[in-house]
Design a binder for this molecule. Structure first.
Ligand SMILES: Nc1ncnc2c1ncn2[C@@H]1O[C@H](COP(=O)(O)OP(=O)(O)O)[C@@H](O)[C@H]1O
Ligand SMILES: [Mg+2]
Length: 911
């Protein structure tokens, strides 16, 4: 059995009780908690603990389908105490294989004699060895079993006997409650509530299930949906994984876009029996609450369940429902959100329809009408609502959703409305509905569906403006999907359709997309042309967006060594653009400037703009827009020697990217992760990230970044041929050092080009390649690029090793300190080799390679003992996340791959 999670408080209480019982003071422990919360698990741990203290354990379980079998759980628990007796006995009637004492003829007396016999059976056993008797799930026990338990509980007071039972308070019958009252009054009862797990507990449990600790978004979803109920945590986790909505990317767990979806059947089954026990009217009210969800006010419920005595039903349902107050009105919810989902899942779509229709009617009667809630119910009410009215509501719902950028909602309503419009012959509505469908598909990252819908919309559009707009948006969707050739075709078509028409805004947008497109394809002349076009439009119209875009275009051009742009100009443009209130555009422009600053090695500017972009995405409530800036920031942090932070940011970008299907962001994040892994010596893992990235998304520019990293990986494996094949030979010098690292054959012409770029990073790199090491290293240092500076120092040391060994030793030593600090294993090894060759003794690392810090050693030893990450976390008072980080470092330092290898390593190093 896996380790018990949490429950320290409960176990402490139980331990105290065991002390008392061991001293001859019998007790009754009641473990109370809702279905799946972890009562049985806790009870089993109690039995284990008692067994270790020398108790004899007995165990029976009441079960829902045997609640009519008298004494069933008690008989099950006591059977091990029975040895077939030769003498006739009062217990003979309960247990097979015994002879039965003659009947007394008085039923009451007979019962007392039976109970007394059971009590002495237990007391006799407890004389020889303390006894703990567990009856699980007594809310299902038959009344006679409850009577026996009560009798035993009272009789145990002066014996070494502990009676334990578990029950669900919300399902406790009057008989169970009466037993509790009586035991409580007698003072023998110790009540231990079993509460849902804390978020930390949930995290530990998920880590246990998945083998390592998943990132925050996964935990947030699971905590939110399960509300800490252990069984739900387990079932939801496994269902997500099996349903393909929880999967590995770059060796991490991430969620897919539909992760918030359906309830697992096991969860539905758990509630089933309880829901079935309700009578038809109460069940109808519960169903109405589940279907109406956010609209389940007394009003709406009254309308939905018009033929029912609602107050009476709500009172009878009090263990199923809670009252919430929203907007000054009482709202009914199920005690656990999954209960509503389970009840809903049990209903067939046609059984749901009348509830949805009634909810829609109730919502429509109110003012102001809640458009989105109304459309939700109308969409699911099917034929229960008049189709023309449904179409109107769904169209309004789609429009409203698009305005709020609620992509999933818009998608659903637009799809349903389109179907209806076609059925009702309302072709006039189709083009508009298609655009809402396409917008929503873009918001949710369903680029294929967006491309298809924009295409249909463009075909349907009759007005040239509208047609051009659809073609332009089609091109944008294609750009997002990486279909850059098609995108370019459609942009040209859009411009053709516009011809001489007056359409400044549209022309600006077309130029904007073209700008992005051409930069991704690295087409310098086309970028120049687009910038010129924007400047022309800006000059004619004075349109601020055109001017700002043109300025950004110029900024982009500096990457190719064309012109210069002052930081203050960028800021001005940002201010101008920000005033335009188009979050997507603002983030796009930030991205361009982030990319440029990254290529120029301007770390502070990257970080500042990333923060601006992310803030903008957040205020607009568009998390998908955070993906690319976050991934860029990961690259920047790599460059700046903050490698742990780079990994964390890459993880975050990956998680968000998968959630919102931002494929370019996913690939960029994978590239950042690969970069750090590679420099830390994990070549295989880095290459698998690169393969995942390439399969996922590639355009020219991103492709080159991936190739550079792949070339470096090949070099790390000493595969010069592959490196030479992959090393890019042309293109702007984004992240020039990367390029230079893989191209040893740079001629003066390339260095001259670097000079011409005219920014400090390029100048430093050119100097480095020309052998001006000291100057270059200083420059790189002052740019905040410690890894590059150290690499430059190491090159210097190599060059002067023969002529000036003292200088070489000093330079290599300084470089080594940086490499060690970053865990840059390959470079560390190079530096150490040189130092040894020069006769210097390279200072051992604070933690020499292969050796672990004190904390890491602790973690390693516990893991080697077979403890799970969660268990290690608990023992060392760390978060599971931290344990994972430690483990990663441990594996890296020791060059190991698995827990088994680690166990072997620890065993061999201890002997
Ligand atoms: N504290 C815990 N640590 C680890 N696993 C737990 C814990 N509590 C519950 N579980 C697991 O969750 C599931 C449901 O718990 P269970 O004890 O059967 O719930 P209950 O008896 O309250 O319905 C089981 O698979 C159990 O092993
Ligand atoms: Mg149980």
């Amino acid at each position: 059995m896996a380790a018990l999670i949490g429950r320290e408080r409960e176990m402490a209480a139980i331990n105290e009780v065991l002390d008392e019982v061991a001293d001859g003071v019998g007790r009754v422990v009641a473990l109370a908690g809702e279905a799946g919360v972890g009562k049985s698990r806790l009870a089993m741990t109690l039995l284990d603990m008692a067994a270790r203290r020398g108790f004899r354990g007995l165990r029976g379980t009441a079960c829902a389908y045997q609640s009519d079998l008298s004494y069933a759980p008690v008989v099950e628990a006591l059977r091990p105490l029975i040895r077939a007796a030769a003498e006739p006995t009062d217990l003979g009637r309960l247990f097979g294989g015994m002879s039965t004492a003659p009947a007394l003829g008085d039923a009451g007396l007979e019962r007392t004699r039976l109970f007394e016999a059971i009590a002495s059976l237990v007391a006799d056993a407890a004389e020889q060895q303390p006894v703990v008797m567990l009856v699980d799930d007594v809310h299902w026990a038959d009344p006679s079993s409850l009577d026996v338990l009560h009798y035993l509980g009272r009789a145990a007071a002066h014996t070494k006997c502990l009676i334990v039972f578990t029950y669900r308070p919300s399902e406790a019958s009057a008989a169970v409650r009466a037993m509790l009252v009586s035991l409580r009054r007698g003072g023998w009862l110790v009540e231990v509530p079993v509460l849902p797990l804390s978020p930390v507990g949930v995290a530990a449990m998920v880590a246990e299930l998945l083998g390592d600790s998943p990132p925050t978004p996964v935990l947030e979803l699971l905590t939110d949906k399960s509300r800490g109920v252990a069984l739900f945590v387990k079932e939801l986790t496994l269902a997500l994984r099996e349903g393909g909505q929880l999967f590995r990317s770059a060796g991490r767990w991430v969620l897919g876009p539909d992760a918030a979806g359906a309830v697992p059947t096991s969860v539905v089954e758990l509630f089933e029996e309880r829901v079935d026990s309700l009578d038809a009217t109460d069940r109808a009210v519960l169903e109405a609450v589940s279907v109406c969800a956010d609209a389940a006010t007394a009003d709406v419920l009254g309308a939905v369940c018009s033929a029912i005595d609602l107050p009476g039903s709500l009172t009878r349902l009090r263990t199923f429902l809670i009252e919430d107050v929203a907007d000054g009105e009482v709202l009914y919810r199920t005690v656990h959100p999954l209960l509503a989902e389970a009840v809903y899942a049990r209903l067939t779509p046609s059984a749901r329809q009348p509830y949805h229709a009634a909810a829609a009617d109730a919502i429509a009667r109110r003012s102001p009408v809640a458009v989105s809630r109304l459309a939700h119910h109308v969409g699911l009410a099917g034929t229960a609502i008049e189709p023309a009215r449904a179409l109107e509501t769904l169209a309004a719902g789609a429009e409203h959703a698009v305005a709020r950028r609620a992509g999933d909602e818009g998608l659903q309503h637009a799809r349903a409305a389109l179907k209806l419009a076609k059925r009702l012959g309302r072709v006039d509505l189709v083009p508009q509905l298609l655009t809402w469908l396409a917008e929503s598909a873009s918001f949710t990252g369903r680029t294929d569906e967006a491309v298809a819908a924009w295409w249909d919309a463009a075909v349907d559009a009759t007005d040239p403006h509208e047609r051009a707009r659809c073609l332009m948006r089609l091109a944008q969707a294609e750009t997002d999907a990486g279909q850059l050739v098609e995108a370019q075709d459609h942009l040209i078509q859009a411009a053709d359709v516009l011809g001489d028409l007056d359409a400044t805004e549209l022309r600006i947008e077309i130029a904007q997309i073209a700008l992005v497109l051409h930069t991704r394809r690295d087409e310098l002349p086309a970028v120049l042309a687009e910038v010129a076009e924007l400047e022309r439009i800006g000059a004619c119209s004075g349109h601020p967006k055109a001017l700002a875009l043109a300025r950004y275009g110029r900024l982009e051009l500096t990457r190719y060594g064309v012109g210069t742009v002052e930081e203050s100009e960028v800021d001005e443009s940002i201010a101008e653009i920000t005033a335009l209130a188009d979050a997507e555009l603002v983030v796009t422009l930030h991205l361009i400037s982030i990319g440029t600053a990254l290529g120029r090695g301007e770390h502070a500017a990257v970080v500042r703009r990333v923060a601006l972009a992310i803030e903008r995405a957040r205020t607009a409530n568009l998390p998908m827009l955070e993906v690319l800036p976050t991934a860029f920031c990961a690259l920047a942090q790599f460059q700046a020697g903050a490698w742990d932070s780079a990994l964390a940011l890459a993880d975050r970008a990956l998680a968000l990217g998968h959630r919102f299907n931002v494929s370019r962001g996913i690939s960029l994040a994978l590239a950042a992760r690969a970069m750090v892994l590679l420099h830390r010596g994990d070549v295989a893992e880095a290459e698998s990230c690169l393969a995942e990235a390439s399969a996922n998304y590639r355009d020219r520019r991103l492709g080159r970044l991936l190739d550079v990293i792949a070339a470096q990986a090949a070099l790390a494996r000493d595969d010069r041929a592959t490196a030479a094949r992959l090393a890019p030979t042309t293109g702007p010098y984004a992240m020039p050092v990367l390029h230079l690292q893989v191209r040893a054959d740079l001629g003066d012409d390339v260095l001259d080009e670097l000079d011409k770029l005219g920014f400090p990073y390029a100048a430093a790199v050119a100097g480095w390649r020309r052998g001006l090491f000291t100057q270059a290293a200083d420059a790189l240092d002052s740019l905040g690029l410690p890894f590059d500076a150290a690499a430059c120092q190491l090159d210097r040391a190599n060059v002067v090793a023969a002529t000036d060994p003292d200088t070489a030793i000093a330079a290599a030593t300084r470089a080594l300190a940086v490499f060690d600090d970053l865990d840059a294993v390959a470079k560390s090894a190079q530096a150490r080799r040189l130092l040894r060759r020069l006769g210097a003794r390279p200072k051992p690392k604070d933690r020499p390679a292969g050796q672990l810090s004190a904390r890491e050693a602790e973690v390693a030893s516990l893991v080697a003992q077979g403890l799970s990450n969660a268990a290690v976390a608990k023992q060392l008072f760390l978060s599971p996340r931290t344990v994972t980080t430690h483990l990663e470092k441990i594996y890296r330092r020791l060059g190991l791959k698995s827990r088994q290898e680690l166990a072997r390593y620890i065993r061999s190093s201890n002997t």
